[in-house]
Structures are given as structure tokens and as C-alpha cells.
Design a protein around this ligand. Structure first.
Ligand code: FAD
Ligand code: 2HG
Ligand code: ZN
Length: 552
């Protein structure tokens, strides 16, 4: 069995430092069974050939109930944020008829059917679109955009609608163009590992397809059961493996996009080296649907590792987390595939709201999740063993557990991947996703705790420590404009002062567009506005998103 390991590491844990073996994991597994199917994300760790359960490609959020908010309560974005509608045409019956003639039964106008597409995952943004289109081909997307451009109708591209910055839903009545039916896998070259597919393929499905052929997707994130590869590319999603496989700017080899006027730009090259002119595909990666609609992607998939280990460790301070990271970089570098952290308030929420179990014998101020992936189990275990011995000897780690089989690995990962969901049960969530010099990451959480005091219910910090990426989240019983005004722009000023980025991986979307100046120079923003004007002169593609409000 591939996940079997020498007893060395666990024995060493027990003997040296009162490390707990994963004895509570069976309990945890039981609690989670059948509740949150989407956490099968962790199947990607499997190299065991185990048959994994088939689970629905939906996140559980649709049925979540937070403290003071029911689904129908989500305030219209335009009202909550006081936005003015752009000078776009209103949808007419003739418009709807045009689309119905073009793609009968894939034109949705029923208000109830549209509700989920009008509202974002966080339930903070809601639009009032009257039309959802579900094209199947690039040609259909091209016809839709050409028509909308001629008619001056605004549109919003939508993938899995798991975005966290309000980018994937309309602000007013923009037509929603969903990639839900653009889900064909075109090819996977088993020599190069290049996978080519339509934009609406669900990330997890792609990963399973790749797994069957000995490969894996180079990115992984908690929303993998719902998000689409086109959405991933359009947000330049980071996730839990960026430390190992890099960003989508590197692994996306080619893409196809449709411009606002319907022009199809074919840059779907599956080749690795191509220095012919400007690298246009990069423009669409992270553009959040404001420059074109991504219709197909070629992406480089690494070989699936033969050996995977996950350690979940307890630390007494953030300095200890940093020391553990330093050791991991030094001792595990070439096999390190994830290094994540969470604070104890996150753990409390996982326990209280999702009834999950801390696999360690006690609570600690901080937890670290370290994953190694490699091709030689003995080699990887030796390295992990040496790393654990060192961190224990220096007491930067005071408790921990190593998961040795796929079920336990999944259980540990599900702790980390469920934090966003647990937070939703704590009330209204104010979500910030920032990059900072790694040693400054947690100082921001402390600064916000001091700054907000009792005005806020909880302030938590967790994230992709290896990438210097903090997920700072604050909660309050219900939405409060006063609280928001106390958080912003304070948080952005803090990040800018410490030379960070105000959006590490989620993008700017609707919520953060007007704060772009905290991370980009005037000249850079001006050039972005000029590019937008050139590629989408009427501004029909995802208006009110990514770029700051401007008179240009
Ligand atoms: P959507 O939410 O539908 O859209 C996102 C943006 O892309 C919108 O602006 C939309 O207009 C645009 N868009 C979508 N499809 C296209 C297209 N084909 N062409 C052009 N524009 C398009 N993000 C991370 O980076 N790392 C994480 O670890 C991570 N974890 C998450 C965990 C949870 C539980 C949740 C709910 C979200 C998480 N996210 C994470 C955020 C989100 O999942 C990612 O941003 C994801 O890439 C969005 O994909 P999607 O298909 O849902 O896109
Ligand atoms: C994650 O890493 C996601 O879990 C969500 O990017 C982050 O909830 C958040 O703030
Ligand atoms: Zn993240």
C-alpha cells in the first residue's frame, strides 16, 4: 500500500515529544461522513488506486444559515454599496427571443431559477439579472457577445460562482453567461502532460481525469468541487499547491478567449516554449472576465506523486510557526507541496459550527499543516522524520500527528479547507486576502484586533503561509456599514505600508476595485484602463469589476 510508512516517524513522535497519533481521526471521519461531500478534494492526494466515492459538484453553501441572515435577505449590491448603473441598454423581449432562437432551452429567464446565479457565495452581493445564458461552444459565446456588443447590453461571465470578491454576479441587470455546459475535455497528452479542455470543466473533474492517467492538476483549492477551470484562470486562483507548482501564469500554456465584439482569439497553444510576439494569454489570466470570456484552456499537469505525507502540528506562537516554516524550507524543499497555517480561533469555529475534531490532544495558539509529495516514500519519510525531530528538539512544534493513509490525510485537509465555511456560521464575514512579507503576516491580525476591539465579533488569520498569503477574516452579527468603514481603508493602508498586496489570490472583483491604488502605481492603473478601453470600448464585459470607477 503506497501510503504505508515506516513506523519511524510516528514512533519518534511518541517517544520524543508526547505527539499524539491520529487517534481521534476515526471520530472526525464519522462526523464528516455524508455532510460535506465537496471535501473529497483530497482525493487528489491519493495514489493508492482506492475507489473514491462519487460526490456532487456543489458546495454546501446554498443551504447555510448564518446567524442573522436568511438567503432572501441579501441586500442588492447596488443598494448596499450605492452604485450607479452604467449607460447600458435594457433587455427587451426581442433580445430574449434572439437568444431563444439561437440556443433553445439554454436561455433561463425564471426569477427563481436565476436566484442562485444572482447571488455570490458569501451572500454579500446580489444582482438582479433577468437572463442567464448557457452556451455550449465558443461559436455560441462569440455570437452572444457580438449581439450584446451591438445592442450595448452588459454581461457577466460566470463559472462555478465561488468567487469571494463579488466578481461573478451581476451588480444590476447584466446578462449572466455561464460556462456550466462548456465542460468537454478535449485532450490530455500523456507525454507532455498538457490537458486541453473547455472553460466550464469543474476543477475536481479535471483532476480525476488526470489522476486516471497518472497526472494531477497543478492547482487545488477548497472550492474544487464547484469552481470551473475558466473561473480559476480568470481569477488566477492560487490555492494550496502554489508553493510547489507555481501560479497559473506559468502552468497555463494556452487559452482561447472571446472578445467583447465576438472576435475569437485563439492562443490555445499546447507548447511550452513560444516567443512569438506578445504573450496575449497572460492578459486574460486574472482579468476576472473584464477583457474577454475564456472559452478553452491548455494547462500543464505534473505527474501525480507516488508518496504523500501530511503532518498537522501545534505551535505555541507565530514565531514558532515561522521557525517551523524555515525548517521546512531548509529540510523539505524539494518535496514540500503545502505549508498552511491557522490560528486557534479558526479551530474553535471548526469545532463549534461544523463539529469537527482537533486531531491533537490539546488546543494550541497556532496549527501548521505540512504536506510532502514525492516519488520515493522512503526518501520522503526520512526527510519528514528529520524535519520533525528538529522542530521538536527546538520546541517550535509541541504536538502533532502524521497522517499515513488517504482517509486520515483527507480528514486533516478538510479541517483547513472548511474554515471559510465555518466562518459563514459566525455571522457576516469581512474577508481580506493579502500578501505580506511572511514574518509580518500575523501582525496584521493583531493590528486589526487592536484597532477594532469590541466592534467586531471575531478576527481570525489563516492561509497559505508558504506564499506569504494571509486570509484575514472578521465577523459581526450582521452587516454594518460603520464597521466596514472602520476596516477599510485601514486594512489596505496597513498592507501597503508593509509592502504587501491587497489581493493575493481572490482578485479585486466588485468589492476591491476602488482600492487597486494601494497595490499598483498610477501609471500601471492608467495603462490597465487604456487596455480595457481598447479591448472593450463599450465596457460591456463585467462592468463595475476589477478596475476602479473612472471617467475614461
Ligand atoms: P466564478 O466565481 O464564477 O468567477 C470568478 C471571476 O471570474 C468573476 O469575475 C467571473 O466573471 C470571472 N469568470 C468566470 N469564468 C470566466 C470565464 N470563462 N471567462 C472570463 N471570466 C470568467 N481562491 C483561491 O485563489 N485560492 C483558494 O484556496 C480558494 N479557496 C476557496 C475556498 C472556498 C470554500 C471558496 C468558496 C472559494 C475559494 N476560492 C479560492 C475562491 C474561488 O474559488 C476562486 O476564485 C475560483 O477560481 C473561482 O472559480 P469559479 O469558476 O467559481 O469562478
Ligand atoms: C482558502 O484558502 C480560500 O481557504 C478562502 O482562499 C479564504 O476564506 C478565506 O478567506
Ligand atoms: Zn486561499
Amino acid at each position: 500500500m503506497i501510503f504505508s510508512r515506516t513506523r519511524q516517524v510516528t514512533d519518534c513522535f511518541r517517544l520524543c515529544h508526547k505527539f499524539t497519533q491520529v487517534r481521534k481521526l476515526s471520530t472526525t471521519t464519522k462526523l464528516r461522513q455524508g455532510r460535506y461531500g465537496w471535501h473529497r478534494a483530497l482525493a487528489s492526494h491519493s495514489n493508492t488506486g482506492l475507489a473514491l466515492p462519487t460526490l456532487p459538484n456543489v458546495l454546501p453553501h446554498r443551504s447555510l444559515q448564518t446567524s442573522n441572515q436568511s438567503l432572501s435577505d441579501v441586500e442588492l449590491t447596488a443598494v448596499r454599496y450605492g452604485v450607479e448603473r452604467g449607460n447600458y441598454s435594457e433587455l427587451t423581449d426581442a433580445d430574449v427571443k434572439f437568444f431563444q432562437d439561437m440556443m433553445p432551452s439554454r436561455v433561463i429567464t425564471d426569477e427563481d431559477d436565476l436566484a442562485g446565479n444572482n447571488r455570490d457565495w458569501l451572500r454579500m452581493c446580489r444582482g438582479s439579472s433577468k437572463l442567464l445564458l448557457k452556451p455550449k461552444t465558443t461559436e455560441e459565446v462569440s455570437k452572444i457577445l457580438s449581439y450584446c456588443n451591438d445592442r450595448n447590453l452588459a454581461v457577466v461571465p460566470q463559472g462555478g460562482n465561488t468567487g469571494l470578491v463579488g466578481g461573478s454576479v451581476p451588480v444590476f441587470d447584466e446578462i449572466i453567461i455561464s460556462t456550466a455546459l462548456m465542460n468537454n475535455i478535449i485532450s490530455l497528452d500523456e507525454l507532455s502532460g498538457v490537458l486541453t479542455c473547455q472553460a466550464g470543466c469543474v476543477l475536481e473533474n479535471l483532476d480525476q481525469y488526470a489522476e486516471d492517467r497518472g497526472f494531477m492538476m497543478p492547482l487545488d483549492l477548497g472550492a474544487k468541487g464547484s469552481c470551473h477551470i475558466g473561473g480559476n484562470v480568470s481569477t488566477n486562483a492560487g490555492g494550496i499547491r502554489l508553493v510547489r507548482y507555481g501560479s497559473l501564469h506559468g502552468s497555463v500554456l494556452g487559452l482561447e478567449a472571446v472578445l467583447a465584439d465576438g472576435t475569437v482569439v485563439d492562443c490555445l497553444s499546447p507548447i511550452r516554449k513560444d516567443n512569438t510576439g506578445y504573450d496575449l494569454k497572460q492578459l486574460f489570466i486574472g482579468a476576472e472576465g473584464t477583457l474577454g470570456m475564456v472559452t478553452a484552456v491548455s494547462i500543464l499537469c505534473p505527474r501525480r506523486p507516488k508518496s504523500v505525507n501530511v503532518a498537522f502540528l501545534g505551535c505555541n506562537s507565530f514565531d514558532d510557526v515561522l521557525a517551523t516554516f524555515r525548517n521546512a524550507k531548509e529540510m523539505l524543499e524539494e518535496v514540500l507541496s503545502a505549508f498552511e497555517f491557522l490560528d486557534n480561533t479558526c479551530m474553535m469555529m471548526l469545532k463549534n459550527y461544523l463539529k469537527m475534531t482537533n486531531p491533537l490532544s490539546a488546543d494550541y495558539p497556532f496549527y501548521v499543516l505540512v504536506e510532502t509529495s514525492g516519488s520515493n516514500a522512503t526518501h520522503d519519510e526520512e526527510k519528514l522524520n528529520a524535519f520533525l525531530e528538529t522542530t521538536m528538539a527546538t520546541e517550535s512544534v509541541v504536538d502533532g500527528t502524521v497522517a499515513t493513509d488517504i482517509t486520515k490525510i483527507k480528514t486533516i485537509w478538510s479541517l483547513r479547507e472548511s474554515i471559510a465555511e465555518a466562518l459563514m456560521h459566525d455571522g457576516t464575514v469581512y474577508k481580506y486576502d493579502v500578501s505580506l512579507p511572511t514574518d509580518k503576516i500575523y501582525s496584521l491580525v493583531e493590528a486589526m484586533q487592536t484597532h477594532l476591539g469590541d466592534d467586531v465579533k471575531n478576527v481570525v488569520g489563516y492561509g497559505h503561509l508558504a506564499d506569504g498569503n494571509l486570509h484575514l477574516n472578521m465577523t459581526s452579527p450582521s452587516h454594518s456599514s460603520e464597521l466596514l468603514a472602520k476596516i477599510e481603508p485601514y486594512v489596505y493602508e496597513w498592507v501597503s505600508k508593509h509592502h504587501g498586496s491587497i489581493s493575493a489570490e481572490h482578485g479585486l472583483g466588485f468589492k476591491k476595485r476602488n482600492y487597486i491604488h494601494y497595490s499598483k502605481s498610477d501609471a500601471a492603473v492608467k495603462l490597465m484602463l487604456q487596455m480595457k478601453k481598447m479591448m472593450d470600448p463599450k465596457g460591456i464585459l463585467n462592468p463595475y469589476k476589477t478596475l476602479p470607477d473612472s471617467d475614461m
